[in-house]
Design a protein around this ligand. Sequence first.
Ligand SMILES: [Zn+2]
Length: 164
Amino acid sequence: MRAIASPWLWLVLLSASAPDLDFLPGILLGNESLFHRGAGHSLAGSFLYGLSVLVPALILTRSWRKALQAAALGAGLFLSHLLLDLVGRDPSPPHGIQVFWPFSDVYLVSPWHLFPHLERHPFDWSVIPRAIPVVAAEVVLLVPLLLAARGLRLRREGRKSRSS
Ligand SMILES: [Zn+2]
């Protein structure tokens, strides 16, 4: 139960999903793709997101060290989202994401696609059954990485406790 209430867990969940918040202004204007994969999916967006985490983290923790850790974690997870979008299939133009916005308007995408495409049109409740195989593929590809990271962490913690 403690993990569910942890502010760090909520920071992780929000940060990893934050780039896709660029759907919201488009949804309000009637075209969910209007701003998607543009400035909100850029290195500059990651930096600004990290800054936006820094101030509330400083207020909540009253510690520069913890606030900087939170900002770095947030920006890093934001970047991980960009990396995963770069290796996802994107058949609808413009293909990819504007990684280098505002310095370049070019959309980039990897020639190698690790993840299948999720057709979002129509963007309504029918997207959920179409998302199931996409989510399943992401789970199959990413859960082993998560388990490996957890295994490394447990091993490192085991080494620390044996040495002290
Ligand atoms: Zn995205």
